[in-house]
Design a protein around this ligand. Structure first.
Ligand SMILES: [Zn+2]
Length: 361
């Protein structure tokens, strides 16, 4: 099995959340033509980038949550980008941590699924700036878990700077599957959403046996379903296995092995079975998520040590809706905030979980 070689990166072994980095941050050479910029440990906004050097032209996959993240990648990849300037950018989906650095890549085509393009404005950088400021105030409101939401949200956004971000929407859409060929190198873009979000795509470079999976794969981190259905995430994960790539670049976390991908499938199967059983006992999604994640049985699984286990709460909500539960009547932004509040409450019951700053007060 070929191995990835670390080329350069920041000289630190702690993550932006203060955790010990489980792997080295920075630019890795996967094959002679493919690279990944890896950000440990894969928590909120610790998002990986991809780079395909097609000999004189290159393709960038995802652009980070803020301009600082994007500039760190651009710095690490400078030598490659000098000989192979950016031909195009691909956004795997519309979550800010994958596309809010778009403005730094110049006047090049930005490619995404049509569904991703339609979803680009679901959260604006201004809303995140507001959340960061509001969270500081909420921390001091010890009512209905608002202080916990304040703590959880402010710890989440603290490492990032959402100022100066201009939301640049991809200008080239596709549906289904499309191939771009640059200097004879085939890059296959596969729509797999709605799954994690409404517009997910994965990028396959068959000649290099490399797959950039976006947020279909979270290695060593708890995956999350924003759009669903979960069955489509599992189908996309099976597709990852079927492609038989030597390198699987996750949206978050280290390079994934086949076993990592199989474990992600096992997670989704485990939580569906366990939550379904709890729903039959009349537990709400919030109760079921809490009961499951705190159970001795779950704590004995490998999933318990994954980053951000409290995301099970959002996953439970999504599954309950799939099973016929009425979705929240709140407007989308408030509903997300409420989910975050409930997730924050659950996070505080998991003080050993990482990133610790989001689980301890
Ligand atoms: Zn992400």
């Amino acid at each position: 099995m070929p191995t990835a070689r670390w080329l350069n990166g920041p000289d630190r072994n702690v993550t932006c959340f203060g955790e010990t980095a489980k792997y080295r941050e920075g630019l890795y050479r996967l094959t002679s033509k493919t690279y990944a910029w890896m950000v440990p440990n894969g928590a909120w906004g610790e998002t990986n980038f991809g780079l395909i050097d097609c000999g004189g032209r290159s393709v960038v996959i995802d652009t980070g949550w803020d301009l600082h993240c994007a500039r760190a990648f651009l710095g690490g990849a400078a030598e490659i980008l000098a000989r192979s300037p950016v031909h195009s950018v691909i956004n795997t989906h519309a979550d800010g941590d994958h596309c809010w650095g778009n403005q730094l890549f110049g006047d090049v085509p930005i490619i995404a699924t049509h569904a991703c393009i339609g979803h680009m404005h679901h959260i604006e950088p201004g809303s995140m700036r507001l959340l960061g400021r509001a969270a500081q105030v909420m921390k001091r409101v010890p009512v209905a878990g608002i202080d916990i939401l304040g703590h959880y949200a402010s710890a989440m956004v603290a490492p990032y700077d959402f100022s100066g971000i201009r939301l640049v929407t991809p200008n080239q859409g596709f549906s289904g599957e499309t191939t771009i060929t640059i200097n004879g190198i085939e890059i296959i873009l596969m729509e797999v959403g709605p799954a994690h979000t409404p517009g997910d795509a994965m990028i396959h470079v068959p000649s290099e046996k490399v797959l950039y999976a976006g947020d279909i794969v979270f290695t060593g981190c708890t995956p999350v379903v924003w759009a669903g259905p979960v069955a489509r995430i599992v189908a996309a994960l099976r597709k990852v296995l079927a492609l038989d790539a030597d390198f699987i670049v996750a949206g978050h976390g280290p390079l994934a092995t086949r076993a990592d991908v199989e474990l992600q499938i096992a997670y989704w199967e485990h939580i569906q079975n366990e939550l379904h059983r709890r729903r039959a006992q009349s537990m709400s999604a919030v109760e079921a998520a809490s009961d499951l994640v705190l159970s001795a049985q779950f704590q004995a699984t490998p999933f318990a040590t994954w980053d951000s286990p409290e995301r099970l709460l959002r996953n439970a909500q999504a599954l309950y809706e799939e099973w016929g539960e009425r979705p929240s009547l709140l407007p989308e932004k408030l509903a997300r905030l409420n989910t975050l509040r409930q997730q924050g409450r659950l996070a505080m019951k998991l003080p050993e979980a990482t990133p610790r700053v989001m689980h301890q007060r």
